[in-house]
Design a protein around this ligand. Sequence first.
Ligand SMILES: [Cu+2]
Length: 336
Amino acid sequence: MKIQQKHSGSQAMTGHRDETVGRPPLRSHEGFGKARRRARAVAVGLAGAALLTLSGCTDAVQRGWFPEDSVGATDHTERISDLWRGSWIAALIVGAIVWGLVIWCMIAYRRRKGETGVPAQIRYHLPLEVMYTVIPVMMIAVLFGYTARDQSEILDTSEKPDVTIGVVGKQWSWDFNYKDSDVYESGVMGQLDGNEGAEAELPTLYLPVGKRVQFDLTSRDVIHSFWIPAFLMKMDMIPGIENKFQVTPAVEGSFKGKCAELCGEYHSEMLFNVEVVSQAEYDQHMADLEARGQTGQLETELGRSEMAPESSDAEEAGNSDAQSFSTESKTAEVQR
Ligand SMILES: [Cu+2]
């Protein structure tokens, strides 16, 4: 067997040499040039492909595939995306080591020709067992440490907020109580019927840029979840309980808000708009709400009563009858 291998090896070598010798020599510069050009073309092609791949996803990769508008959106987004990316990098390093070891074992300890039976069975290997217990515990401890550090920072409500907004979830919309200005906004469910302009009918939450905002979250019916995807942060809204968090929006702009807890048939239409505006625009909006008569605070008690008052802006929008009818009938359907 060994002899055979040696023989075939030398044959291959001889064959190779023969081939080289037998081949017409590269006579001219033309031949060398051709080979070199081909090699260069391949190299350029590969480099181009690599560049295209890298440049195509660099931005997205750097954000960890988080939404584009999350970059610098609040005082917390950088911290959250750092934790996210760090965790993925750690997971990928561990993954690469594990995949490498698995492949190495498959190749190094594969069954060779002529081998029979099972390999030598080893029952205990204390150092190995200690290692694969201690290393994962250390890894989990590190991930836990960073998570706990960031979580306590993100959920810190010890500072006095500049603005406090009570947000009430309800099937399937949102009410906003601007506590400091003593005005409110009451939302009506989105009507996603395929027609343009559905977003304009959604309730809009106004936030002043650069100001510390506290959200007091609760629900009137089932568990919802308050989520502004660009803020990289969501929190449950539980009936009878007030969950709080504080955040400082850092850039002006329009964002989207959603319910992140499957809360019934029209959960997907439980949407709102977010406008992060200057203090002056925020004050103006508060004055507008007051001028519309939306003063005082909406109750947060349990109940399915239609909270949209007579003078809400949904009524002003024109098609309020159709809206409130369809919302009511949808609610009735579910109650049945
Ligand atoms: Cu919901």
